[in-house]
Structures are given as structure tokens and as C-alpha cells.
Design a protein around this ligand. Structure first.
Ligand code: CA
Length: 230
């Protein structure tokens, strides 16, 4: 497999160097920038596969840099934030960051996030299809079909359906579903899942009041039942 390049933008040099050393050992090529301006320059010349971005940076802060990167690239961004920067973290996710790690973090945790984000991005690029009974989801094109008819789904509905349909018959708790949707929604109340499910049922169930595909497991959560054909 081709070597992945990661750009680390972090003004605390010791942290930057530690992250660099750790990720080098994990088999990545790693470049470091110590402020926002040089981060931007290095981003443009390197075209990295992933950016690790500290929020509080001299000469252009992390949010501004994330925004600038997003204007021209879908490269995954993992933010580093302090515990006290909750509002910034939300802003960062809205600005298009894919994940974040709260300082102080373990290098192992950061590396795991990096791996997961890369896997997710590359999985999507690989034109993955999910087929479960009458349902077909094209993850690359983000198109959904039910009995060959295109479905008009919101991004959250699409992701929710993809999670359920990828593991037909497996019961997911509301909390798990919410966790899996973390990139999409800042909702923390498990019941918000219910309203998305309700909307999904209206779009795929022959009789939304008596669902046969998206099944409620009382007291637990939901599962996808592909039906006889699946
Ligand atoms: Ca900093």
C-alpha cells in the first residue's frame, strides 16, 4: 500500500515532535508546521492524505485554517483541542473537521483516530455497495434505492440506514446509533434517533405504522430486517 502523508499543525513543538515520531513508527510519512500560515503553505505543497490540526495556533488559528482547507479539499482533518474549548470543537466540526482528540491525549488514541478516519474515507472512495433485501446503498455516490426506486434521504438518514443495513438483524441501541452519527449530528439525546427512524420509515416502509424493515426492539433500539429476499 502506498505510504500516507500526514501534516501535523501544532505550535507546541514538543507535542508536534512526539506525534510525528509516533506516526512515523506507525508507517506514515509525517510533516510538521508550527503555525497556521506555514501549515497552509505546507498543505498546498504537500497535499497530505490527512491533517492533524491544533485549534489554538499563532498566525491564523486552527478554525480559520480548517475553513481554508475545506474550501478546496475534502482531506480528512483531525482536530486537537483543549478540554475547555468545547464551543470551538463544535465550530471545528461544523467547519468540516472529521474528528477531534481532546488534550491531553494518548498517542495511541490519536493514531487510532487517524487510522479510523483514513479507513472511513478510503472505504467510501472504494465505491462500496450495501445490499440488504430490497435495499441498495451506493456509499460512494451516496444514493439509495428501495426495490430499484431511488430514495430521497437526508445525509443523516442515509448514514443511519447504512449502519443498520450493513448488519442486517443486528440490534443497535439508540446510543450506538447516535455515536455512529457523531460526524453528522451534535445531538446527544438518544431519542433524536427516533425521529430520524420515523422519517426513514415513511420513506421505505409500505405501512410506516407497521414497519417490517426497520424493526423496533423494545427497550433496546432498532434493527434492519431485510425480509425474505435478503
Ligand atoms: Ca496550540
Amino acid at each position: 500500500m502506498e505510504m500516507r502523508t500526514i501534516l501535523v499543525v501544532e505550535d507546541e513543538r514538543e507535542i508536534a515532535r512526539m506525534v510525528q515520531a509516533y506516526l512515523l513508527r506507525e508507517g506514515y510519512q509525517v510533516e510538521v508546521a508550527f503555525d497556521g500560515e506555514s501549515g497552509w503553505v505546507k498543505f498546498q505543497t504537500l497535499r497530505p492524505d490527512l491533517v492533524i490540526l491544533d485549534l489554538m495556533l499563532p498566525r491564523m488559528n486552527g478554525l480559520e485554517l480548517a475553513q481554508r482547507i475545506r474550501r478546496e479539499s475534502t482531506v480528512p482533518i483531525v482536530m486537537l483541542t483543549a478540554r475547555s474549548e468545547e464551543a470551538d470543537r463544535v465550530a471545528g466540526l461544523e467547519m468540516g473537521a472529521d474528528d477531534y482528540v481532546v488534550k491531553p491525549f494518548s498517542l495511541r488514541e490519536l493514531a487510532a483516530r487517524v487510522r479510523a478516519v483514513l479507513r472511513r474515507v478510503e472505504g467510501v472512495v472504494a465505491s462500496e455497495m450495501i445490499r440488504a433485501g430490497p435495499l441498495v446503498l451506493d456509499l460512494a455516490a451516496r444514493e439509495a434505492y428501495f426495490s430499484e426506486k431511488p430514495l430521497d434521504l437526508t445525509p443523516t438518514e442515509f448514514d443511519l440506514l447504512a449502519i443498520l443495513a450493513r448488519h442486517p438483524g443486528r440490534v443497535f441501541t439508540r446510543r450506538e446509533l447516535l455515536q455512529a452519527l457523531r460526524d453528522r449530528t451534535y445531538a446527544t439525546i438518544p431519542r433524536t434517533v427516533d425521529s430520524h427512524i420515523k422519517n426513514l420509515r415513511r420513506k421505505i416502509e409500505p405501512d410506516p405504522d407497521n414497519p417490517v424493515y426497520i424493526i423496533t426492539v423494545h427497550g433496546v433500539g432498532y434493527k434492519f430486517n431485510p425480509g425474505k429476499g435478503g
